[in-house]
Ligand binder design. Structure first.
Ligand SMILES: C[S@@+](CC[C@H](N)C(=O)[O-])C[C@H]1O[C@@H](n2cnc3c(N)ncnc32)[C@H](O)[C@@H]1O
Length: 200
């Protein structure tokens, strides 16, 4: 990430924190991923060079900028689809991506995570960042593992900060022989899950 974009994301993150501190209702907060976790995801994208990336939970586009910048660094064959159920958030994300000069890298959509997953082909996504409403994650698991490409990486945020809310999801992942996982204790805790290559 170049210096200009670094300045932009730092300012966006700081404004997001200020905004969130003023909101009484958790759902009104942007709840941006911690910068260290965003940096880790961007590094993984650069290393793995996935071509088809999916983000579930765009919010105002903070994490999307990190993922899109890394996808652009990978090359023209790499593209990111980011979805959120909230049209106002998606509009904000569009403006932030435009400011960052990354709007051409991202297909922003207003959609429900469950319907995007259900409508994706087997092995459709080589990288998925899951950062939406945690109680729904266990219900997503059968579709998440189905749409994850062989050697594809799924990253799930907040598994340490909200361990109780993702406990059932983590049990499902742990019991599934089609994947290998590791917990990165970065930021709010990022669970990394890789689909075994011979498990389709
Ligand atoms: C934690 S925030 C995402 C933060 C964002 N990834 C970032 O780091 O900047 C969660 C977002 O998920 C969205 N969301 C909640 N339920 C959803 C669903 N079922 N499908 C898609 N998006 C959903 C919310 O509107 C909210 O913007």
């Amino acid at each position: 990430m170049d210096r200009e974009l670094t300045t932009l994301v730092e300012a966006l993150y700081a404004r997001g924190r200020e905004h969130d501190a003023r909101q009484a209702d958790r759902l009104d907060r942007f709840r941006n991923v911690e910068p260290d976790s965003a940096r880790l995801l961007a590094l993984l994208i650069r290393a793995l060079a996935p071509r088809r990336l999916l983000e579930l939970g765009t919010s105002n586009g903070y994490s999307t900028i990190w993922l899109a910048d890394a996808a652009r660094a990978v090359g023209a064959s790499s593209s990111l689809t980011s979805i959120d159920v909230d049209p106002a958030r998606t509009a904000m994300a569009g403006e932030n991506l435009q400011r960052a000069g990354l709007d051409d890298v991202v297909d922003l959509r207003v959609a429900d995570a469950a319907s995007i997953l259900a409508g994706s082909q087997d092995g459709a996504w080589e990288f998925i960042f899951l950062d939406a409403e945690r109680p729904a994650y266990a219900g997503y698991w059968p579709q998440l593992v189905r749409v994850l490409a062989p050697r594809g990486l799924l990253a799930v945020d907040n598994v340490i900060s909200h361990a109780d809310e993702v406990a059932e999801f983590r049990r499902l992942v742990e019991a599934d022989a089609r994947v290998t996982q590791a917990l990165a204790p970065t930021g709010a805790g990022v669970l990394l899950v890789v689909r075994e290559p011979d498990s389709m």
